[in-house]
Design a protein around this ligand. Structure first.
Ligand SMILES: Cc1cc2nc3c(=O)[nH]c(=O)nc-3n(C[C@H](O)[C@H](O)[C@H](O)COP(=O)(O)O)c2cc1C
Length: 397
């Protein structure tokens, strides 16, 4: 019996042309104002890290095991006491409301339906309490202000909402330099520059189905998950640098660890020394990440530091994101010791193109890739993925 998610009977026919995760990028590009598309798709400065996040996977080839009998394939993984159907999940992405109507709700529902991990961003106009009701397994990624009252209030709020896993995003001490946004006249707070106004006016479908619908249904949007009692209005000057907290340090990690009783995850680490510090400070899991090439340009790609991180993790759950698009990418990370892979942009573009059905289709496509890859590699469980099944590509640097 197949363990793959079923294709829903009412799936929109436009999804038939979407064959892999990158197809969602092209499909969403046509629908979104250029500035919104650029905000999601691009990285910082020269975008070297953004590009390397994809090319890095060229560095390995598989050595298959054959004739092992692979009829009973199951890609399920257990993370923090929950058994998920797949070893990949949806990374936290702020600004989703600008990309798709009810963006975070759509992704939360699709993830619940497919039983894959979903992490809610603090930069959301939908309250974490509402998302937790939609998907009780939602994890929350805090952009935490380093203020003791804000920390204790936020931890209490997340705990009261019944969220099982709290993550702290650690790689945004300050905002990065994303020139594509500047060129498009886009930034937070959103300001109607002539260029942006023209961009929006020439995308009436987006204006009606995303912006108009959001304003009609939710009123003036606020970024509601930044502080214990909410956060600033989307168009207010207070949203400038909402995620940036220069003063955040290991002292605050210790404070959060003490207050939060459930699994606690740090997202955005790259250095083995930081992995060791996370472990010493009682953290339960890490997500190695360079923020999808959106923060420090020329930052290492997480899979390049995975083996060193595993050596220091000793019992912590090691997860990873940035640039993963294929079942084979996921299996490479699993061979090197990762337990779960998170993916960002494609799910957001899938929501932009076809709402919840789009995200479900994205999950289903990736699940099918993974399933085929497992069969051809000779695996029934992803935990059977081992370093011996990989070799360095002959032409790899
Ligand atoms: C539009 C966008 C918004 C993001 N917002 C957040 C956020 O609010 N919090 C966070 O921890 N990471 C955020 N990220 C980073 C993602 O969680 C993730 O690390 C990254 O997208 C993974 O790379 P990928 O898009 O290549 O899969 C964002 C990424 C994108 C594309």
């Amino acid at each position: 019996m197949s363990l793959l998610p079923k294709r829903s009977a009412g799936q929109p026919s436009k999804l038939n042309q979407i064959l892999d995760l990158d197809d969602f990028d092209r499909a969403a590009r046509d629908r979104l104002p250029q500035a919104i598309y650029d905000y999601v798709a691009h990285g910082s400065e020269t975008e070297t890290t953004l590009r390397t996040n994809r090319t890095v996977f060229d560095g390995w080839r598989f050595v298959t095991r054959n004739l092992v009998g692979v009829t009973e394939r199951d890609p399920a993984v257990s993370l923090f006491g929950h058994r998920y159907a797949s070893p990949f999940g949806i990374a936290p992405m702020g600004g989703s409301a600008l990309v798709a109507y009810d963006g975070h709700g759509v992704m939360a529902r699709a993830a619940a339906e497919a039983n894959v991990p979903f992490i809610l961003s603090a930069n959301s106009i939908i309250a974490l309490e509402e998302i937790a009701r939609i998907n009780p397994n939602t994890w929350f990624a805090a952009y935490q202000s380093p203020n003791a009252n804000a920390i204790s209030g936020m931890v209490e709020r997340v705990s009261r909402a019944g969220i099982p896993v709290l993550a702290l995003t650690t790689d945004v001490p300050i905002g990065s330099n994303r020139e594509a946004d500047a060129r498009a006249g886009f930034g937070f707070p959103i300001r109607p520059t002539p260029r942006l106004s023209w961009d929006i006016a020439t995308h009436p479908r987006w204006m009606a189905s995303v912006l108009g619908r959001t304003l009609l249904r939710r009123g003036y949007p606020h970024i509601v998950n930044l502080e214990p009692d909410g956060g600033p209005g989307l168009f207010s000057t207070k949203v400038r640098g909402i995620a940036a907290h220069e003063g955040l340090s290991w002292d605050h990690v210790r404070m959060m660890r003490e207050l939060w009783k459930g699994p606690f995850v740090l997202k955005g680490l790259l250095s083995a020394a930081d992995v060791a510090l996370a472990r010493e400070n009682g953290v339960d899991g890490i997500i190695l990440s360079n923020h999808g090439g959106r923060q420090l340009d020329y930052a290492a790609s997480p899979i390049q530091v995975l083996s060193a991180a595993i050596t220091e993790a000793r019992g912590m759950t090691v997860m990873i994101d940035s640039g993963f698009r294929r079942g084979t990418d996921i299996l490479k990370a699993m061979a090197l010791g990762a337990e779960c892979v998170f993916i960002g942009r494609p799910f957001l573009f899938a929501a932009a193109f076809a709402g919840q059905a789009g995200v479900q289709h994205a999950i289903s496509l990736l699940s099918r890739e993974l399933d085929r890859d497992m069969a051809m590699l000779g695996l029934c469980r992803v935990s059977e993925m081992r370093p011996e099944l990989l070799i360095a590509a002959p032409d790899a640097a």
